[in-house]
Design a protein around this ligand. Sequence first.
Ligand code: PBG
Length: 329
Amino acid sequence: MITGKFPSLRLRRSRKNDWSRRLVEENNLTSNDFILPIFLIDGKNKRLPINSMPGVYRYTLDKLGPIIDKAIRIGLPMIALFPYTDKKKKDAFGTEALNENNLVCKAIQLIKKKYKNEIGIMCDVALDPYTSHGHDGLVNSEYVLNDETIEVLINQSLLQAQMGCDVIAPSDMMDGRIGEIRKSLDKNGYQMTQILSYAVKYASSFYGPFRDAVGSKRLLKSNKKNYQMDFRNADEALREVALDVKEGADMVMVKPGLPYLDVIKLVKENFKIPVMAYQVSGEYSLLSNGIKKGIIDKNVILETLISFKRSGANAIISYYADKLDKILK
Ligand code: PBG
């Protein structure tokens, strides 16, 4: 018989029953914790599957209704718009980014007109969906130019704000762009437009399916290592966040998500600012394909999403956001 030297505290006591596990739970998910990315495409009456992302589609503007209705019904606070741009509209300068009739501009206006402030709209600020070389900025002999790119990003931000975008999300990783964009927004009357900075964005191989979805994958020359962060670094992430906070970011993003939980935690502990985690396309596709093939159980989705909350993220950008009703059940 087991005697006295056994522990008097048994942590398994609180794990015995479901009610008790629920009682002591430290983290949970609600629909308020999610941002849904939506891919847009030109044309009419289409909802096109994306091969590399099971269960994710590109929508023509006339087909946005049901997905946005669902986002609102579930209770998502915000959607993020990403355009698939026709190759014919791409050039070295990403000129289409500044076209007030581009897909994103049309989508913002349409959604704002129909849904007002029932749901927030966030837009990427970067040139990669629009450039013939697939880079986020202007390129000069393989180097992505910083200050020259910022000039364009300022105009892209102003255009999106003018269309009604609620949250400007620079995802380009140029130095100093948050401050410059903030100043221009303020000067032009958009003091209340928020900025969510992709402050900590790593040069990652997990973005493949997204680049496929926006049509930049095959165009991309070399890699993005001269502007996106080196995945060997974490101190540098804090320096990036410090700068963007000083320059006026309302929220910051860490991206990708799962391989960088340590960074999410570091950022949250060091800066008391809303931190968003981006569960990127490659993470989504890995899980989804594993589930589809029966290699892993679908509960990995919930387990993974909770890990973001546990690490300190306030919200998660996830391609699972529109499937939350099923996931949380
Ligand atoms: C573009 C951008 C990327 C993602 C979001 N915005 C790709 C990249 O930087 O190459 C990736 C999102 C995902 O993989 O889900 N600046």
